[in-house]
Design a protein around this ligand. Structure first.
Ligand code: DWN
Ligand code: ZN
Length: 415
């Protein structure tokens, strides 16, 4: 793996198995997704070429080039799970199901990798269970700490795992929600998980599910943080390298379609039928065929053309268009589709840390929901489409006043 002077890592082979990669599309030069500058199109912004690829050997979907983790996950990283009621509810249900599996008498220990703002661990802490979050973004960690959650501010890897094992002992349960896909050194991370997990422990993580991303043309879920997009077959192969066995999977309806993976030390637990069910499904879906990815690329290019045509036509007809949701996804959307503030006037976002800044790489300002509520745009491009129900419920005034939403996955449509 080659690391450029400062900011990105580029791989010529699979990050997990060293197999050859089929790079099936490029979404061009991109800035770091969540670093929203205070001035438009700051040229100092670090950029990388967004090139998704598939490993023809182990089936791991991965980016060829990504910004280094310390550049993406800074102390002021502005994503917080609690900005979404749906995500908050989902993580609290996960927390309850983990807590219910634990034998409190045995003084269990729960570790969350990428604990963000403590939305998951808060309930574990409230149950009085021993726990530790591992989170590199100090801002998010301090929010968790303010709710009584213990957090180690660092990146999780095999050395952090050893440090925690020495200071706290091994873990009964290790959890990761939308974080394992963000860790380029995935084999070292898997080694750390295996080392930290008790012999009869469980490792539970959730990540965007590759067939969902492909089927729904979610090109905007591709950005530097999402180094990998997992499938059941690739997870089974990657973690088997550290003697971790995939024992159960469950599809969950978050982030546009995700999978919950449950792993244990090899041979320690029975393997549920769900694993072979999804392995068969993925084979029929065509995850092992190169043309699956090339057809995905063609569909995404059609979305890009259709969206640019629609927005250009609305502009010609003097309609006002804004965006809704300065998500990491919106960085890929606006940069790949080359949309600037002459086409999308601003983007609304409830995250205070994003308001007054700009969509990375663009001249598009981020404004508050209060600004959106008093404004009267004709169209709103929903770049947080995975929260559509929640957002439309919040913004009923927009449609009542004749406003229309524009969505673009799985295809361009106005509603
Ligand atoms: O994997 C990741 C997912 C879990 O979250 C991370 N790599 C980063 C992040 O991705 P994202 O930024 O695309 O996540 P969201 O949750 O789709 O972002 C939604 C954006 O919209 C946030 O900036 C918050 C904002 N929002 C809003 O303004 N009003 C969200 C909701 C629900 C709202 O009502
Ligand atoms: Zn591979």
């Amino acid at each position: 793996m080659v690391e450029s002077a400062v900011s990105t890592s580029i791989t010529a082979v699979c990050r997990a198995c060293g197999g050859s990669l089929d790079c099936f599309m490029s979404l061009g030069s991109q800035p770091v997704a969540q670093i929203s500058p205070e001035r438009p199109t700051e040229q100092t912004q670090i950029r990388y070429e967004l090139r998704p690829s598939i490993c023809l050997h182990c089936g791991l979907f991965q980016l060829i080039e990504t910004p280094l983790p310390y550049i993406m996950f800074t102390n002021t990283y502005p994503y917080f799970s609690s900005t979404s009621a749906k995500m908050t509810y989902h993580l609290q249900k996960l927390s309850e199901s983990v807590a219910s599996e634990l034998d409190v008498a045995g003084d269990p220990f729960v570790v969350e990798v990428g604990s963000n703002d403590g939305t998951f661990l808060k309930l574990i802490a409230e149950h009085g269970l021993r726990h530790l979050g591992v989170e590199p973004a100090e801002g998010a960690a301090n929010i968790a700490r303010s709710m009584g959650v213990s957090v180690l501010v660092t990146f999780f890897d095999s050395s952090t795992a050893l440090q925690i094992r020495q200071s706290h002992g091994q873990a009964d349960v290790i959890v990761g929600a939308n974080v394992l896909a963000h860790m380029p050194s995935i084999i070292d991370v898997a080694k750390g998980i295996a080392d930290l997990l008790k012999d009869d422990g469980l490792f539970v993580f959730e990540a965007i599910y590759l067939p969902d991303l492909l089927r729904c043309n979610m090109f905007d879920q591709l950005y530097g943080e999402h180094v990998f997009t997992f499938s059941v077959s690739s997870v089974r192969k990657v973690f088997a390298k550290c003697a971790l066995e995939l024992i159960d999977v469950c599809h969950v309806d978050v982030q546009g379609g995700s999978m919950r993976y449950v792993l244990a030390h090899r041979g320690r637990k029975n393997v549920a039928e769900s694993v072979s069910h999804f392995i068969d499904f993925e084979s029929r879906f065509g995850l092992g065929r190169a043309d699956t990815y090339h057809m995905f690329a063609e569909r995404c290019h059609k979305i890009r053309n259709d969206l640019r045509f629609l927005l250009g036509d609305l502009r010609k007809r003097q309609y006002r268009v804004v965006g809704y949701g300065a998500s990491a996804k919106s960085t890929t959307l606006f940069n790949w589709c080359e949309l600037d503030s002459s086409i999308v006037e601003y983007v609304t976002d409830c995250t205070k840390e994003k308001q007054g800044h700009y969509i990375p790489g663009t001249s598009i300002p981020v404004r508050s929901p209060e600004f959106f509520a008093q404004d009267r745009p004709d169209y709103a491009l929903l770049s947080a489409w995975n929260h559509r129900t929640e957002i439309e419920a919040k913004e009923q005034h927009f449609r009542r006043r004749g406003g229309k939403w524009i969505v673009y996955v799985p295809e361009v449509a106005t509603a």
